[in-house]
Ligand binder design. Sequence first.
Ligand code: PBG
Length: 335
Amino acid sequence: MQLEKHDMEFLGGRRLRRPRMADWSRNLVRENTVTPADLIWPIFVVEGQNERQPIGTMPGVERLSIDLAVEAARAARAEGIPAMALFPYTDPSKRTEEGLEAINRDNLICRALSAIKDAVPEIGLVADVALDPYTSHGHDGVMEGDEILNDETVAILVKQALVQARSGADVIAPSDMMDGRIAAIRAALDAEGLERTILLSYAAKYASAFYGPFREAVGSGARLRGSKLTYQMDPANAEEAIREVEQDLAEGADWIMVKPGTFYLDICRMIKDRFDTPLFAYQISGEYAMISIAAEAGAIDRDAAMVESLMAFKRAGCSGILTYFALDMARKLNA
Ligand code: PBG
């Protein structure tokens, strides 16, 4: 049916569907793109040789022994993924109240960092700083009674950052949310001649219900006593994220991260508009689980949902995305 003349006048001659009519014109006007170079791939490492352990709540994700993590790094590199983030499953016998396995320079994560750095030196390696994979109570810091002690924890995190940087981590990513850790880690790295190590601060990290599958993967979930609300941010708050980012940039953070991702895209956009900083978001384990389990159930198409979900981060202003889909997405883009 033709539009009436008065309808056309109302439209001012504009038909917004016009550029949507063909692939070529959609391609020309697309505002955002995702490329393999936008992705950081988080992986879980475990002791052993040729060992793969599926993670029940994250279909398609496995814990890998170091030899297989090296293979994963080769695969990532071949697809143009610039960096990986490593998380350890620490043997339960090594988990203690204070989580001091974190500062053992021969721990699983340090061995994984140096093995990957030796074998695939071109890939960037991100190491997480926090104590939860190492503590018997599953918290990111040292506890006294019910309290997570701030400054005592920072003192340990500084040592953790140093052993990781010396083992080959290019990027130190504190995910613990203690106050003052960025300044303390920066000063210690610089004092040790590690001024090239990049600091990626989980500046706006929320106390989220969506970390469950990750906690299964690193084995901290069943141990966790209480909640992380005294250090991670309240999901109700946005302005507080500005204070967190301001503080971490002032303390010397090179890059800023928002976490979780999908439910916090407003925070990403707000930070991008207010700060001149490279911004990252973490599409966390629960987000990955929602998409992959819904796809397994036949509710959505996995590939299409993956692409759409990652595009959303670019639209929100992120430079890069930490995502468990990284290898799948890069393979799809390169196919
Ligand atoms: C802990 C840490 C968590 C994640 C990364 N580092 C979980 C938590 O804070 O309990 C979550 C990542 C994910 O869910 O994929 N320091």
